[in-house]
Design a binder for this molecule. Structure first.
Ligand SMILES: Cc1cc2nc3c(=O)[nH]c(=O)nc-3n(C[C@H](O)[C@H](O)[C@H](O)COP(=O)(O)O)c2cc1C
Length: 203
């Protein structure tokens, strides 16, 4: 067993951290609609953000940023989403508009992960997009490890130019995901998954 040289890490080589492995092999998303308070507190939020920030990042660009929605900010965002939805769907019922206005109120905490790629002589934008996806997954895993339910959603409002403008996204930016976090009200059953063996070949 050999200690690494990193001053930041106490990771040892060739030793299984079975807690982490089990988490990765068993993680399940929770449904945002089934989440309740309490969500992560300030310190836990910081931990989730730090985990999201610690991802592989070719060129050390950091091509992502995070926007946090808690408390009243969730309602404010929902009202904006419902107003945009109403303009595009003039036939929408009051019930549907109410549903749209409550999108972020499904969970105590929502983090928008924004992919923010730059033109770089060596690092393709594709790789920068992947790095933002890694931010999302790291946050889901961290929150799950901390006992919270977590879900990565996009839904229509991740792809709407008016919503993007209201969130002050630049022209090059995209929503990688809206991540919902909260206390679980029910355990998630396992779901059908693609067959691993069918997707693996030795070259
Ligand atoms: C980029 C991305 C966007 C997603 N958007 C949605 C969505 O809008 N609605 C939805 O029901 N699931 C969405 N999902 C899937 C859920 O986050 C989740 O992965 C799925 O319910 C399977 O659960 P699991 O994570 O436990 O395997 C999305 C997943 C990814 C990676």
């Amino acid at each position: 067993m050999t200690e690494t040289n990193s001053s930041e890490s106490s990771i040892t080589t060739n030793q299984t951290d079975s807690g982490t492995v089990n988490l990765l092999l068993s993680r399940r998303s929770s449904t945002a609609a089934d989440m309740v308070a309490p969500g992560p507190d300030a310190a836990q939020l910081q931990t989730i953000l730090a985990a999201g920030h610690r991802v592989p990042d070719h060129g050390k660009i950091g091509p992502w940023r995070f926007v946090i929605f808690e408390g009243e900010a969730r309602t404010k965002f929902g009202q904006m989403v419902a107003a945009i939805f109403a303009v595009k769907n003039p036939e929408a019922s009051e019930k549907l508009l109410e549903f749209e206005s409550q999108r972020f109120n499904r969970a105590p905490l929502v983090i928008a992960v924004i992919s923010s790629p730059v033109d770089h002589p060596k690092v393709p934008q594709w790789e920068q997009l992947l790095s933002a996806g890694a931010c999302c997954q790291n946050m889901l895993v961290a929150a799950t490890a901390m006992g919270f339910g977590a879900q990565w959603l996009t839904e229509w409002y991740a792809y709407d130019d008016d919503v993007n403008n209201a969130l002050n996204l630049n022209a090059n930016e995209k929503i990688a995901g809206f991540l919902y976090f909260g206390s679980r009200t029910k355990p998630a059953d396992e779901r059908v998954r693609p067959d691993l063996a069918e997707r693996v070949r030795h070259f």
